[in-house]
Ligand binder design. Structure first.
Ligand SMILES: NC(=O)c1ccc[n+]([C@@H]2O[C@H](COP(=O)([O-])OP(=O)(O)OC[C@H]3O[C@@H](n4cnc5c(N)ncnc54)[C@H](O)[C@@H]3O)[C@@H](O)[C@H]2O)c1
Length: 366
């Protein structure tokens, strides 16, 4: 089984790669990543010392590059000449499955300039499903095919809930509010159109907010942890009452592996841990966990169009596949704070001049 993982040098993708290599000795993994500001090969540096590293192959490149993507699906990329062990399939594509993480993923950046979001998230996804369709020789109906295309998406495509609204279900309407969410909704609809039109054996997953080790320090939880570690202010948007459904990154990755192996082609699965928390509550828990003062928390002007609440109904994933999260929010936060405390060399390098220039644009002079 050869898996093509896109965006595997990022936060969630790197955890997924580690999980697969450690738990599936028969899988080989090709990681296609453009290494944007959020891609970081150090996220996987620990693998080098392990036997599993022999089953891992990195290709630097853009998912929008149709020629490159085609060469991976067809087996014509030079990687396959250098590594004959990747060529064990007699005929057809060497790639058995795709797990598609690559994306521009930060709402705040999409509000400042959405062009890269629509390019990578919408067009890049189209390039991938088109190549999969051609090289997997998909003829409808192909839902029983051994191939799988797992598209990793987000609860943000559903839009925003009021405090007493019922949870988002897989059949809830898509009402994306930010340019990021709109670009992800476009990618979801593209994948589902390929399922409907060509029988592409694809699955869409929609997960809540992830947190954990290796998340870029411009995102909410790592920003607050690393700022607090340096006794800097913690910029909290608006009234801090925006609610998110938080999940520890490894729990998300476990769900993805389960869905990849046992999920139904053509299906959509919500993934969430049911840990709804307001941003202010999260900020206070972080400060408390680090023995810092809540005085560090400073209110700043709210994000334009800021969604109030996301929360997911995950009945399908739990009842059909028996998944449940392993870490509570309190346990996950403790583990995450501990990781940032013990890896300053990882995050300090990322908080460079460009980081602070971006930070001042978003949060002002706080
Ligand atoms: N972080 C979350 O809370 C969350 C929640 C639900 C869903 N998701 C989805 O999960 C996926 C991964 O999110 P993340 O938080 O790990 O993001 P991330 O920003 O940490 O990583 C994205 C990765 O994609 C790569 N990439 C970007 N553009 C590319 C391109 N054109 N070609 C190839 N590689 C490219 C980057 O270099 C990076 O390694 C995204 O699709 C995101 O929408 C994230």
């Amino acid at each position: 089984m050869i898996l093509l993982v896109t965006g595997g040098a990022g936060f969630i993708g790197s955890h997924f790669i580690r999980l697969v290599l450690e738990n599936r000795p028969s899988y080989r993994l090709i990681n296609l990543d453009k290494l944007t500001y959020s891609g970081n090969l150090e996220n996987l540096a620990d693998l080098a010392a392990h036997e599993a590293a022999k089953r891992y192959f990195f290709v630097e490149g853009d998912i929008c590059d149709a020629g490159l993507v085609r060469s991976l699906f067809s087996g014509e990329h030079p990687l396959f000449d250098r590594h004959p062990e990747l060529r064990y399939r007699e005929a057809g594509s060497p790639i058995s499955a795709v797990v598609h993480f690559a994306a521009e993923s930060h709402v705040d950046r999409s509000i400042r300039d959405a062009s890269a979001f629509f390019r990578t998230n919408a067009e890049g996804t189209r390039v991938l499903v088109e190549s999969a369709r051609i090289h997997w020789g998909i003829e409808p109906p192909a839902s029983k095919s051994l191939y799988r295309f797992l598209h990793v998406s987000t609860d943000e495509v559903y839009g925003s809930l009021e405090p007493n609204d019922p949870l988002f279900r897989e059949d809830s309407p898509l009402r994306p509010n930010s340019p990021y969410a709109a670009s992800k909704a476009a990618s979801d609809l593209t994948v589902l159109a390929y399922v409907h039109t060509y029988g592409l054996p694809a699955i869409v997953t929609r997960c809540g907010n992830n947190y954990g080790p290796n998340q870029h320090p411009e995102k909410f939880i790592p920003l607050f942890i690393t700022n607090a570690l340096e006794d800097r202010p913690l910029p909290l948007y608006g009234d801090g009452r925006q609610v998110r459904d938080w999940i520890y990154v490894v729990d998300h990755c476990r769900a993805l592996l389960l869905i990849l192996e046992r999920g139904l082609a053509g299906e959509i699965y919500n993934i969430g841990a049911g840990e709804e928390r307001a941003n202010r509550e999260v900020a206070e828990l972080l400060v408390l966990t680090m023995n810092k003062s809540t005085d560090l928390i400073r209110s700043v002007r709210d994000r334009p169009g800021h969604d109030r609440r996301y929360a997911l109904d995950v009945t399908r994933l739990k009842s059909a596949l028996g998944w449940k999260p392993e870490l509570s929010f309190a346990e996950g936060v403790k583990a995450t704070v501990g990781w940032y405390q013990s890896h300053p060399e990882w995050w300090k390098r990322l908080k460079d001049q460009a980081f602070w220039a971006y930070y001042r644009e978003v949060y002002g002079s706080v």
